[in-house]
Write a protein of this length. Sequence first.
Length: 337
Amino acid sequence: MATRTSSRNRRKAAPAVGDRDPDLLRRIHRFMVLTRAVEDRMVAMYKGGDLLGSLYTGHWHEAISVGAASALRPDDYLAPIHRDLGAHLWRGMEPWQVMASFMGKATSPTGGRDGTLHYGRLDLNIYNLPSHIPANFPVATGMAFAAKYRGEDRVCLAFCGDGSTSRADFHEALTLASVQKLPNVFFVENNQYAYSTPLRLTSASESFAAKAAAYGMPGVKVDGTDALAVHDATAEAVARARAGEGPSLIEGVTMRMHGHAEHDPADYVLKELYEEYAKKDPVELFENVLLEAGVLDDAAAKQVREDARQYAIAARRKALADPMPDPADIEDGVYAD
Ligand SMILES: Cc1ncc(C[n+]2csc(CCOP(=O)(O)OP(=O)(O)O)c2C)c(N)n1
């Protein structure tokens, strides 16, 4: 799957950027480009046999992961899923750490205990994502509960996929958060497939955002390929949570442009959907918004892409050279003393 489209997206640029901080916009753009570059590099690493197992990516989720994370304060909590590399990077996770994780290296955030994507960094207030989806949701309510209990004005942003909304923990988390007026922002990344299950077999509701009403919280549906729309919706929900007004639900609609993971050719996906979303590359769309607004020029945009490419190459080099864990440490961090 080609991950860069051409100037054809330029004609579809979103409305102007208003009086938003140009530095923030350029930073959002830079991290979206970096996310794409790192994931493209990691796809090549997967194909080249560098990784231990399969690879989960978030192509076309960059506007969601970066756009939403950029609405948080660093001391807010993040509970990501497997499509949210952009949110990790935004908060300070290094690309080489992510690569090291998929290689089981000692330098990965789990010290090589995990050979895939269950990395987090508590020093960056990023909760390690669990495999079971959306098991991060009840934990997110716990984190928000703790913040409220301690009288801190911290917010917790948690992501899940469309398929995950069918699970009981989704219902439990939203119920508890709204009853307790917890500072949660729940973000449903609707990429229209839950592995091979299409949206029409996941929910009969008109939207996921509409479900918020039943929990007594606001719900909003945004274009998940539009970084500004995502950022604005998240900023509003974060402000509400921080003000003690309780949780919100955001649905961002995008498309899973790669397989569930790289081993999956995803030939069950409708060809028309791929064709439609090939014209809606979130990275290109946002770049074009900034170019049209004069926040970025062509030379700067080119430089951002090249810097990201080089950064990803250097990250691979470091991760490859990093050591595997020492077998003597195998019990470290497993048992409490
Ligand atoms: C409780 C549970 N059931 C099944 C799985 C296997 N599984 C992992 S991801 C996934 C699909 C998830 O779909 P969705 O929530 O829409 O997220 P997406 O992968 O599309 O981003 C499944 C079935 C799991 N990890 N946990």
